[in-house]
Write a protein that binds this ligand. Structure first.
Ligand code: NAD
Length: 507
């Protein structure tokens, strides 16, 4: 039996528990499929609740030592991890592109360097956890704050950015002294396992980082409701997030939810039209649109609407689909055939309700006769004529589909931008400083870009408003989320009979 991961053929992928790769107990497996070709890459173990128990027990055993390691020691291990991942960047990018179908240009230019930068950031941030300085708030006492690790964190990640999501979950948790059990999405477990193995090689003690590969309803629910897990951190859809909040409430775990989005892209009448058109193409098609912050609803001032639609349609039609490993390819497949069919059904329903696909709205035909003919591809699609209350405007679909809608006034644009249950990200396109400030104040989202859409940096937080969840990933804010604050109060009088005792008894 091979234990290599990231390979191809009938290799079996295992759990990573207590610093070792090991078989799941039940012996069940699931194929990991290359969505660009439809071919099986590897078989991955499916964890059952007994595997989750073992992983949580390993994390629990590792907690006392890791939580007492000095920030400097944790930081040094994370620095070594950054170097190791950087050395393996080609392998990581190749594996990420193979299991997700995303173009190698994206894996090698964004996913992997973004993850390495994140590791480097948390290596530094681990030494900068802050609280209030010790001070005297009562005449008779000195108060101090201890910022402590929470314990064992159970995390669940989605399939769209498997490596980055593993980093976003694991790094702040362990930098703050917690231990973790991560369940990656069952269809993309490979790079999370590579990340966990690299943690061990970097000197992070066994059991600090564990990975269980399994399904949401079985391994995921077992992890989220496990009595020995102190905090749960989930990135995925709003529907599953609600279920996780319910499960976690049984033992009052701390809950961190990064959920769905339906980002508005607001183009005011003074915008640089060329910038907005290019921004809309990149912002809606990144990762085949399977990005929780992707531009999905373009609200464009009526005076620019037709030109905007023509410009985006022209570029969408030129986007090159095909082999993810060809550096000329712009758009890879969707993550699975099931998801592609779901996207196609959404577009069909929008059409049946009177919307129009100006470009796209179909499975591409040019890949017939190539090795990518069976891939889960879908053409970049620009929709007009949809109504604000239609499914394609309101629901997250996670696809290379942009809906464009006209507006007449600034207030109307902001109202439409806010008119969904989501609030993860948004952008406003204008040269007017006052308008830009108003949009950033009035749009209810965790991130508002001005004259751009998508870029992220390790130093700044990512997280939602409204039903996009609560809690922040990346940045020092996320470190705080993975700690709990303890007040320690010292008597400074040395008196056996304290003044305040008189309010209770006078003997
Ligand atoms: P999903 O919610 O279907 O699955 C996410 C993860 O949850 C997977 O690992 C899955 O196995 C697990 N899961 C499913 N059912 C579960 C259950 N009952 N109990 C426990 N775990 C369960 O989402 P997805 O389709 O993998 O990913 C796409 C979603 O993720 C989109 O909604 C997207 O917006 C969201 N997302 C959000 C962010 C963010 O930062 N806000 C980032 C990336 C993706």
């Amino acid at each position: 039996m091979q234990t290599t991961i990231g390979g191809s053929g009938s290799v079996l992928v295992h759990q990573y528990i207590g610093g070792r790769l090991r078989r799941a107990r039940g012996g069940e497996t699931q194929a990991v499929i290359d969505p660009a070709t439809g071919r099986t890459l590897v078989l991955a173990d499916l964890a059952d609740p007994a595997d989750v128990d073992e992983a949580v027990a390993a994390a629990r055993r590792a907690f006392p030592e890791w939580s007492r390691a000095t920030p400097g020691e944790r930081s040094a291990a994370l620095h070594r991890l950054a170097v190791l991942l950087d050395e393996r960047s080609e392998d990581l990018a190749r594996t990420e592109s193979t299991q997700t179908g995303k173009p190698i240009r994206l894996s090698a230019g964004f996913d992997v360097p973004g993850t390495v930068d994140n590791v480097a950031f948390f290596a530094g941030a681990a030494r900068h956890l802050e609280g209030k300085a010790q001070a005297e708030y009562s005449a008779d006492h000195a108060s101090a704050i201890r910022r402590e690790a929470i314990g064992v964190v159970g995390s669940i990640a989605p399939w769209n950015y498997p490596l980055q999501m593993a980093g976003w979950k694991i790094l702040p948790a362990i930098a703050a002294g917690n231990t973790i059990v991560l369940k990656p999405a069952e269809i993309t477990p490979l790079t999370a396992l590579m990340f966990a193995q690299a943690c061990t090689e970097a000197g992070i003690p066994d059991g600090v980082v564990n990975v269980v590969t399994g399904t949401g309803p079985v391994a995921g629910e077992a992890l989220m409701s496990h009595p020995d897990v102190n905090m749960v951190s989930f990135t995925g859809s709003t529907a599953v997030g609600k279920r996780i909040a319910q499960l976690a409430s049984q033992t009052v775990k701390r809950v961190h939810l990064e959920l769905g989005g339906k980002a508005p892209f607001v183009v005011f009448d003074d915008a640089d039209l060329e910038a907005a058109i290019h921004g809309a193409v990149a912002g809606s098609l990144i990762n085949s649109g399977q990005d929780c912050t992707a531009a999905t609803r373009a609200y464009v001032h009526r005076s620019l609407f037709d030109d905007f639609v023509d410009g985006v349609a022209e570029l969408f039609a030129k986007v090159r689909l095909g082999d993810p490993f060809d550096h000329a390819t712009d758009l890879g497949p969707l993550s699975s055939h099931r998801h592609r069919d779901r996207v196609a059904a959404h577009v069909e329903r929008a059409r049946s309700q009177g919307a129009k696909a100006v470009v796209g709205g179909e499975v591409p035909t040019e890949l017939r006769g190539t090795p990518w003919a069976e891939g889960a591809y879908y053409r970049p699609t620009l929709i007009t004529g949809a109504s604000q209350d239609s499914e394609i405007v309101r629901e997250e679909i996670f696809d290379p589909v942009l809906v464009a809608l006209p507006f007449d006034g600034d207030d109307e644009a902001i109202r439409l931008a806010n008119d969904t249950p989501f609030g993860l990200a948004a952008s406003a396109w204008t040269k007017d400083l006052v308008r830009a400030h108003r949009a950033s104040r009035d749009i209810k989202a965790g991130c508002v870009w001005i004259n751009d859409h998508i870029p992220i940096v390790s130093e700044m937080p990512h997280g939602g408003f409204k039903q996009s969840g609560y809690g922040k990933d990346m940045s020092a804010y996320s470190l705080e989320e993975y700690t709990q604050v303890k007040h320690v109060m010292h008597d400074v009088t040395g008196n056996a009979r304290k003044a305040w005792h008189r309010t209770v008894f006078t003997l």
